[in-house]
Design a protein around this ligand. Structure first.
Ligand code: NBX
Length: 831
């Protein structure tokens, strides 16, 4: 019988756990034969990639199973990170790093005549997020596992992730992201844990056996949620947590009904409608569009996840009253905020709990992270739409609201205005449900993602809630994982650092500080520079191959890589480029620091102005890159399809990191951290986490410019007129006039008019107000770059002082202050 086989023997027999180079190679060939069904003469790169992925997966599975067994046995308190987005990036390289077998596997593959780089390139990354918010969730999963914190990521398994970006004639065009078409070796479907989700319909009121007045939801649609699990291994630990993503399907019972009535097409139609729910990621990173499908997605994954957690609780023989003791749920923005109401519904309607107890459990369960200060990004759902999809939830929201407003009235008597401002329902015009208010009321903790951001939330966006519940508010400054964004993506720099200070910085990033002792060591400086140069040369090759533009690796690589948005001000960098170009045209022999300007990022498909800025970058590039007067001293490159994979090539190659948002607009930023960690110097405003980065690295190692948040508020309040700056700054005027004249658009003076007119008449992001300060600061950057010793010194100090910005530190803060959860050690016992 199975029991008779010694567990240890089973591991060894199967060859599925050994980590030495020979065993890995044997397992790889075994998978090529028995999983891919190929032999080398017929194998494609994808076959090799898949064979290697399965080899790695086997090693993960051993840890994953032991982790699950340990948590089940101990009934460990668990973090559930609820996020509509997880921007994981490719798994293969990261898993090799975290398993500690990257070098063995690279060598093993080389012995078989294969390149590990090429195999990694083959992986389609799961782009299930838009930008910072989704990537933060991914960094946090890595840190949770690395710190041995029991945790689950819950989200949606979109069939199509963020679109692939193409550039045609300088314009962005979108293509669907078919990331699953070659198969996904990292996930395992768990159909046995499917759950049913209700949608639409109406409610009915009745009196139960105990004479209580109750409500029941009679939906008009039911869909099935199927979980797909991906193991998330920590770095140098046995802990492998789970990312559980839900796919929507039509339940079989539904087809039967229509099939039996002979309505075949009707049944198939129903199925199609159900499956739409997890079909595609909404590609907006800044605005709430109020689309029914989006709300359906949010409710779908939240309800699936909460039901799944109740199943887990029951599986461990824990009573429902312990829900908040077993689980700490973090809401990644308001996208999963409907959870507050759904948990209340499950507790009250399904489990007959009374209101008070259900509310205590609910609000002790949830904590809410806000990621934005932009008013247009705050989610609101029209009451009509909300009620037609979630009629029972609307009733519950009214009840929550009534009780909440009673509390407000007691704390702030005779303040009707405050009640109107704070209500969960916006009644100023068309009526809406305000999701941020729901999240604040339904959570025991509320946090912003950088010190300045949290301060502005308290002073401005969530001021009333801060006055009501000051104890709920804390700051949790974002962080990034040094495993993916240093060890994996910048292996040479990582190895140099390790050779000097040992490798414990990888788990304890503060130790990078020890690099300061080498800051004036000439040999170290040379090595540091050589590695930067190497990364720049590699990026230059990529640019040559993809853009057919020759760039000089000795030039200053000035990079802005992030989503396109007016508040991020990619067009401020453009004004700098045009200004430098104008200086050259006015005086071709002018002394100028050669620069390569590199942009990457996607624009939301419906965001006209962001797309126009992309077009302008490409148009300016077309002129500047070819003009013989420039003599190659300036190059402008737009790298298409910015994603995690490309980001990993970009950070190591940057000299200068552009973090130039209007003060008070960028909640935190996380690219700013990745660049600085990789030794780039930052030019930036006092916005988001830039403030803290500057504090850490020292003001003398940071290029600061621009208005402060208060100055921006003040200018706005006192009638800002951008045109005045245009008329008084000759270089600014010349730059704008060049763009407006059609100089960069083959004489077409209409093309960029919307952008130019907006800047002259509105300029709500204060480009003109910050222009002079930005240009002066850039001139200083150019001067410092000429002094390579000074620059290198600053670069080393930047990296050495980035310890605070590890996502490990962020997660430790969350664990201590919000989640109250402790690490659990996992030992390997089973295969
Ligand atoms: O979250 C970003 C902020 O803009 C960054 O400053 C911050 O560093 C990062 C992590 O905290 N927000 C963001 O990426 N938002 C979205 O992607 C988003 C997606 C969908 C949506 C609204 C916002 N409906």
């Amino acid at each position: 019988s199975l029991d008779a086989i010694d567990l240890q023997d089973r591991c060894e027999l199967s060859n599925r756990t050994g980590m030495d180079s020979e065993t890995l190679k044997r397992a790889f060939l075994n998978n090529l034969f028995y999983v891919q069904g190929k032999f080398p003469a017929l194998a494609t790169t994808n076959d090799y990639y898949m064979a290697l992925a399965y080899t790695v997966r086997d090693r993960l599975l051993q840890r994953w199973i032991n982790t699950a067994a340990t948590y089940t046995e101990l009934g460990s308190r668990t973090v559930a990170y609820f996020s509509a987005e997880f921007l994981m990036g490719p798994h293969l390289g990261n898993n090799l790093i975290n398993l500690g077998i990257y070098d063995q596997v690279e060598q093993g593959m080389a012995e078989l005549g294969l390149s590990l780089d090429e195999l990694q390139e083959e992986e389609e990354e799961p782009g299930l997020g838009n930008g910072g918010l989704g990537r933060l969730a991914a960094c946090y999963l890595d840190s949770l596992a690395t710190l041995d914190i029991p945790s689950l990521g819950y989200g949606i398994r979109y069939e199509f992730g963020i679109f692939d970006q193409d550039i045609r004639d300088g314009w962005q065009v979108e293509r669907t992201d078919k990331w699953l078409s070659a198969g996904n070796p990292w996930e395992i479907a768990r159909p046995e844990w499917s759950v049913e989700i209700k949608l639409g319909g109406h409610t009915e009121h009745y009196t139960d056996d105990h004479g209580n007045y109750r409500s029941r939801w009679v939906p008009d649609q039911v869909v099935k949620g199927i979980p797909y699990d991906t193991p998330i291994l920590g770095y140098q630990t046995n802990t492998a947590n789970t990312l559980r993503l839900w796919t929507a399907e039509a339940p079989e019972s539904f087809d039967f009904r229509s099939f039996n009535s002979g309505d075949y097409l009707g049944a198939v139609y129903e199925k199609m409608i159900s499956e739409n729910i997890s079909k595609v990621l909404y590609p907006n990173d800044d605005s709430s569009q109020g689309k029914q499908l989006r709300l359906t997605q949010q409710f779908f994954f939240v309800s699936c996840s909460l039901q799944d957690m109740i199943r887990i609780l029951h599986g461990q023989n824990l009573p429902l009253e312990n829900f908040h003791k077993k689980f700490a749920v973090q809401l990644n923005d308001t996208h999963p905020a409907i959870s507050v109401v759904e948990l209340m519904r499950l507790l009250i309607d399904h489990h007959q709990m009374d209101w008070e107890q259900a509310w205590t459990i609910t609000h002790q369960t949830f904590a809410y992270t806000n990621h934005t200060l932009l008013p247009e990004a705050l989610e609101r759902w029209p009451i009509e739409l909300f009620g037609s999809l979630l009629p029972r939830h609307l009733e519950l929201i009214y009840e929550i609201n009534q009780r909440f407003l009673d509390e407000v009235r007691i704390k702030f008597p005779d303040d009707e205005e405050r009640m109107i401002r704070m209500s969960l329902i916006d009644e100023s015009g068309e009526r809406y449900v305000r999701m941020a208010h729901l999240a604040c009321v339904g959570s025991h903790a509320i946090n912003g993602v950088a010190a300045l951001h949290t301060e502005l939330l308290q002073k401005d966006v969530l001021r009333d809630f801060y006055e009501m519940y000051p104890h709920k508010f804390t700051n949790k400054t974002n962080g990034v994982t040094p495993r993916r964004f240093m060890v994996l993506s910048n292996s040479q720099l990582s190895k140099l650092i390790t050779s000097k200070i040992g490798d414990s910085w990888i788990k304890n990033l503060k130790e990078l500080q020890q690099l300061e002792q080498f800051v004036d060591d000439a040999g170290f400086q040379v090595e540091w520079r050589r590695i930067k140069q190497h990364s720049k040369t590699e990026l230059a090759t990529y640019i040559q191959n993809n853009n057919n533009i020759t760039v000089d690796p000795d030039s200053l690589f000035d990079i802005q890589a992030k989503r396109f948005h007016e508040y991020k001000r990619q067009h401020l960098s453009l004004l700098h480029i045009v200004t430098l170009y104008n200086r050259i045209k006015a005086n071709p022999d002018i002394e100028i620091t050669p620069r390569t300007f590199i942009f990457g990022g996607k624009a939301a498909p419906g965001y006209f102005m962001a797309k126009l800025i992309i077009k302008l970058i490409n148009s300016v590039g077309n002129v500047v890159n070819r003009d013989p007067d420039v003599r190659g001293r300036l190059k402008v490159v737009f790298l298409k399809d910015y994603n995690v994979k490309l980001a990993q090539r970009i950070y190591p190659a940057a000299d200068l990191s552009e973090q130039i948002s209007t003060a008070g607009k960028e909640a935190s930023g996380t690219g700013n951290m990745k660049f600085a960690l990789n030794g780039a110097l930052t030019i930036g405003t006092l916005d988001g986490a830039n403030v803290e980065i500057r504090e850490e690295v020292g003001e003398e190692n940071f290029f600061l410019f621009g208005l402060t948040t208060e100055e921006v508020y003040h200018k706005r309040a006192h009638g800002y007129r951008s045109r005045d700056y245009y008329h008084t700054n000759a270089e600014l005027k010349l730059a704008i006039d060049r763009i407006a004249s059609g100089f960069f658009s083959q004489g077409d003076a209409e093309l960029f008019r919307p952008l130019v007119d907006d800047l002259l008449n509105q300029d709500q992001y204060f480009l003109f107000a910050d222009y002079a300060s930005y240009i002066a600061c850039q001139d200083q950057v150019a001067a410092v770059y000429k002094d390579q010793t000074k620059w290198t010194r600053m670069s080393i100090l930047n990296a050495a002082r980035m310890g605070k910005f590890s996502s490990d530190r962020s997660i430790e803060d969350y664990c201590r202050d919000i989640w109250k959860v402790e690490p659990v050690n996992v030992e390997l016992r089973q295969c």
